[in-house]
Design a protein around this ligand. Structure first.
Ligand SMILES: *Cc1c(COP(=O)(O)O)cnc(C)c1O
Ligand code: SF4
Length: 358
């Protein structure tokens, strides 16, 4: 018998007709759907969170293709080749992206529970311009042969779209490799397909083990956080799996002070720990989602730091071909001399602390 999450995938909303069961399409949206040849769509569950009448609904904008995707003034061509260092000398299977000595990203599928319009892996996941071979055994063999790799970030696509059996195989094989100390999964399933968090998945991921599992999901707007997600996250935590969030800063979706603060507060209310906010990467066709670089730092300064719980603070970064670079606000050191540092807080007040020489 099919489980509820499998039914969600079978009833994937990726035709104009099925989408119209959830929203009243505008003429512009209808035209964009007719004109585009990219992969789009999501689960009926996530589609049901869209506002039926508001084309500016933050979920709708992540799901429904826009004519602006054809505009590419600022995006880099061959973005993924650049970003994932695929043109370097080190020979690696297509499934392994490496930017650091001690950790790699391991792509195991290119299917997703939502084909995000802002996806930086769009060339691969959404447009299908690139074709890679994501053979899991080749990737596992490469990791086994590289003793410096102590942290494996399993990604996609969405790895939680794999069956329990495939995930079990992957995790057991990774745990057989002596130098692998931790396994991370990047998955939007807790947000777009919380039904995926079944007793079977808990069994595969959970339990006390010396190689722990961490999950990072992607939630970009407070509207995405529901009772179902709260339950799913609780289930993951209750079996020993930590859950963090990697949001993307998206123009018109979460780039204002109120939404940004509410998102981070609400993540904690459903027990998800904010980890990163990413600057929207310069991949082609997503110019319309991109803000100025400073925007994220300003939002952390104006919406989060000092204004709300410290646990709600993510690190603002941009992911580049040479790794993730922090772009945090730097307003707090006003100045220093030989004697002291002058520091500023979120209200603009200043204080001083002694400058201790080395
Ligand atoms: C993001 C990423 C990682 C993990 O980075 P952390 O800062 O440790 O979360 C590792 N490898 C690649 C290729 C990545 O893109
Ligand atoms: S779920 Fe992740 S990989 Fe898939 S389309 Fe969205 S951002 Fe891209």
């Amino acid at each position: 018998m099919q489980q509820e999450w499998q039914q969600q995938l079978r009833q994937f909303v990726n035709t104009t007709e099925s989408l119209e069961k959830f929203v009243n399409l505008t003429d512009a949206e209808r035209k964009a759907l007719e004109d585009n040849r990219t992969t789009w769509g999501t689960t009926p569950y996530f589609a049901s969170l869209m506002d039926p009448d508001d084309p500016n609904c933050p979920i709708r904008k992540q799901v429904i293709p826009s004519p602006q995707e054809k505009v590419n003034k600022y995006g880099k061509t061959d973005y993924l080749m650049w970003k994932e260092n695929r043109a370097t000398e080190e020979v690696r299977p297509d499934s392994i992206a490496r930017q650091y000595e001690d950790r790699v990203a391991f792509t195991v599928t290119q299917n997703c529970g939502v084909y995000c319009r802002h996806c930086f892996r769009k060339e691969l996941v959404v447009d299908g311009d690139l074709s890679f071979d994501f053979n899991v055994d080749d990737g596992l063999r490469w990791i086994a042969d590289h003793p410096k790799v102590r942290d494996v970030l399993v990604t996609g696509g969405d790895p939680f779209l794999l069956s329990d059996e495939k995930l079990d195989y992957l995790i057991s094989k990774l745990r057989e490799i002596d130098h692998v100390q931790m396994i991370r999964f990047g998955s939007r399933a807790p947000i777009v397909l919380p039904q995926r968090i079944t007793p079977g998945l808990k069994k595969v991921l959970g339990g006390f083990h010396k190689v722990p599992i961490w999950v990072n999901t992607q939630c970009n707007h407070p509207k995405e956080l529901t009772e179902e997600t709260a339950r799913g996250v609780y289930d993951l935590l209750s079996c020993g799996v930590n859950v963090g969030n990697q949001a993307v800063l998206l123009k018109g979706i979460n780039d204002d002070v109120e939404t940004f603060r509410e998102l981070h507060q609400k993540l904690l209310r459903v027990r998800i720990r904010p980890y990163y906010v990413f600057y929207c990467e310069p991949a082609p066709g997503i110019d319309h989602f991109r803000t100025p670089v400073e925007k994220g730092a300003e939002l952390i300064r104006d919406a989060l730091r000092g204004h709300t719980t410290g646990l709600a603070q993510p690190m603002y970064v941009i992911a580049t071909n040479i790794g993730k670079i922090p772009l945090m606000p730097d307003y707090y050191i006003v100045g220093h001399d030989d004697k002291e540092y002058t520091l500023r807080n979120h209200k603009g007040q200043t204080t001083t602390i002694p400058n201790v020489p080395e």
